[in-house]
Design a protein around this ligand. Structure first.
Ligand SMILES: [Zn+2]
Length: 564
């Protein structure tokens, strides 16, 4: 019997189009969406996310592509809407498992190629550059990028046309009327698509709880110039490295205050290089080298630094710890956060702010100034209402955000008289039409953890064990016994995360463990002493119980029995 395609395995009707988010719904990051119609599949975006404390030792997580993997023959393409990490950051890691052609706009392709180059197995990926406004076909789907403004160049929404109908996948967007770099969102194209009929709008929910409109990057340039004008010493300013419009706004604001600008941090250099390759940032003054800007008078310096999310290894965190080779900030200097916290990063950001404050640095965030120094790249409620009035979808599926944000956009869509609204979970199989829109099934989803030399599931036992060890500590015992089970040397005991072995008082616990081992062996039946497993278990349980009584912790306890 021929192998079932995933669509057949799920019992999907080839005359309907279905949407399956494998990541990015109900969480920030790891956007990975699938569409299927008539047996063909399309993937849209493939992003990474930041790991939280649930995954000790892990910085980055990826969506798990296992669901689509057995059937990649039917996966026509991977479309990337823009070059933010939460949309592009998993591609280089996962492409060897997807092996399909990739389509994106020019700046996105430039960023992507640098990433693919770093992973040998992904270097042969086929990346096609498509301009916004031009239709292109992949097997089963006719597609068109629609230009939208966002906090990174060359962002596109995606129109997906199938035999079952037309879908608009928004990607990330806002309606900045005067973005300083690139054009405003292509309202006419969206209205044109709306006039032709749209089955479903799959849209960005990030700011769906925020009333009003986002504002404009043009105001940021003016706001920054005012904040810079109030500074006497050096200025550091942190932004997302990919926010090229903001980089340009900073350079212009610095120019207005007769200051020069240096870039500090690897990702800024790489993003700026991609921007220049794609025709941006061509008419601004040259940057000064980070190693040389210190030779200018303090009131002539602006340094754009990476690390707006408090990332421990990024430039700003290192500067705040006094740990950067070129840059030192102190009393009289100012550090501006031209950014907002991605939910979940607040603790790390505060640590950086506190370190800077302790060194006497004035810290300015968007909350500390009346001037506009940041606008979001995502649509607020007023903009979402505009979008829905242009596209006039029969169904709205909110994605890209935590549950409350998805529900906020769902509520707004109902207020806008959208006939159908469905809020997805990761793994929901949603029939978008032309039949009744509904959730018809649910497929397995998950996250992968990126380690230095491997990628593993976040449910891998090594990660759950690490989590336990953080709270429990460990005890390792080695027993050397003869054939009859008598100790032939003192047991070796070591602990991790439990006691300070330098402290005579706490060292008594080690002596206590040794006594416990001897007592346990003395209490065992003679025949059990011949059995390695019995010795192992009795000693393990005894030692663990002893530590629990003494310290209130149940350590992970390992016992090695060496028989001589
Ligand atoms: Zn984005």
């Amino acid at each position: 019997m021929a192998k079932l395609t995933p669509a057949q395995a799920l019992g999907l009707d080839p005359q309907q189009i279905y949407f399956i988010p494998l990541g990015g719904s109900e969480q920030f990051g790891v956007n990975f969406n699938l569409y299927t119609c008539d047996g063909q599949w399309l993937a849209v975006d493939c992003g990474m996310g930041f790991a939280d404390e649930k995954f000790p030792g892990i910085d980055i997580v990826l969506p798990d592509p296992s669901f689509i993997e057995p059937y990649i023959g039917q996966l026509s393409a991977l479309i990337i809407t823009h070059a933010h990490e939460d949309h592009i950051g998993a591609v280089a890691h996962l492409w060897p498992r997807l092996k399909c052609p990739i389509y994106c706009t020019e700046f996105t392709a430039s960023v992507l190629k640098r990433k693919l180059d770093e992973v040998p197995a992904s270097r042969e990926a086929d990346v096609h550059i498509v301009e916004a406004g031009a239709q292109f076909k992949v097997k089963g789907f006719t597609l068109e990028f629609i230009h939208v403004s966002h906090s990174i160049p060359d962002t596109a929404a995606l129109m997906i046309e199938t035999t079952a109908g037309r879908i608009l996948h928004s990607g990330d967007w806002n309606l900045d009327p005067t973005p300083v770099l690139g054009k405003p969102t292509d309202e006419e194209a969206l209205k044109r698509i709306g006039a032709r009929g749209v089955l479903a709008y799959i849209g960005d929910s990030t700011n769906a709880e925020v009333p009003g409109r986002t504002g404009t990057e043009a105001d940021v340039e003016k706001g920054l110039a005012r904040v810079f004008g109030e500074c006497r010493g050096r200025i550091g300013i942190t932004v997302f490295a990919s926010n090229i419009a903001r980089v340009q706004s900073i350079v212009r604001a610095a120019q207005a205050c007769d200051r020069r600008v240096a870039l500090v941090g690897r990702s800024l250099h790489s993003m700026v290089a991609s921007a220049v390759d794609s025709g941006y940032l061509r008419d601004i003054p040259d940057f000064v080298d980070a190693e040389e800007i210190g030779y200018l008078p303090e009131d002539k310096q602006v340094m754009i630094v990476t690390g707006s999310q408090g990332e421990a290894r990024a430039a700003l965190a290192r500067i705040s710890r006094g740990d950067h080779p070129d840059i030192v900030f102190g009393r009289g200097d100012t550090v501006v956060f031209s950014s907002r916290a991605i939910p979940g990063n607040e603790k790390e950001i505060n640590a950086v702010r506190n370190n800077l404050s302790a060194a006497g640095v004035r810290v300015v965030t968007p909350n500390d100034t009346e001037h506009c120094i940041h606008v979001s790249g995502h649509p607020c409620r007023g903009e979402i209402v505009d979008m829905l009035s242009w596209v006039k979808p029969k169904l709205v599926v909110p994605v890209h955000g935590e549950r409350v944000m998805l529900e906020a956009q769902a509520e707004l869509a109902r207020q806008c008289q959208i006939p159908h609204v469905l809020v997805p979970n990761n793994g929901s199989v949603i029939c978008l039409g032309p039949g009744k829109p509904e959730v018809v099934d649910h497929v397995q989803t998950g996250l992968l953890a990126v380690e230095k030399n491997r990628i593993i599931s976040t449910s891998h036992n090594s990660i759950s064990e690490r989590r336990k060890l953080q709270f429990s500590g460990t005890v390792h015992v080695t027993l050397v016994v003869n054939g009859r089970g008598d100790l032939v040397a003192d047991p070796q005991v070591s602990t991790v995360g439990l006691i300070n072995e330098e402290s005579p008082e706490e060292k008594k616990i080690l002596t206590g463990i040794l006594d416990e081992i001897e007592d346990t062996l003395a209490d065992m039946e003679r025949e059990d002493l011949y059995d390695d497993h019995a010795v192992h278990e009795e000693v393990r349980i005894g030692v663990r119980r002893y530590v629990q009584v003494k310290l209130g912790m149940k350590p992970k306890t390992t016992v090695h029995v060496v028989r001589v």
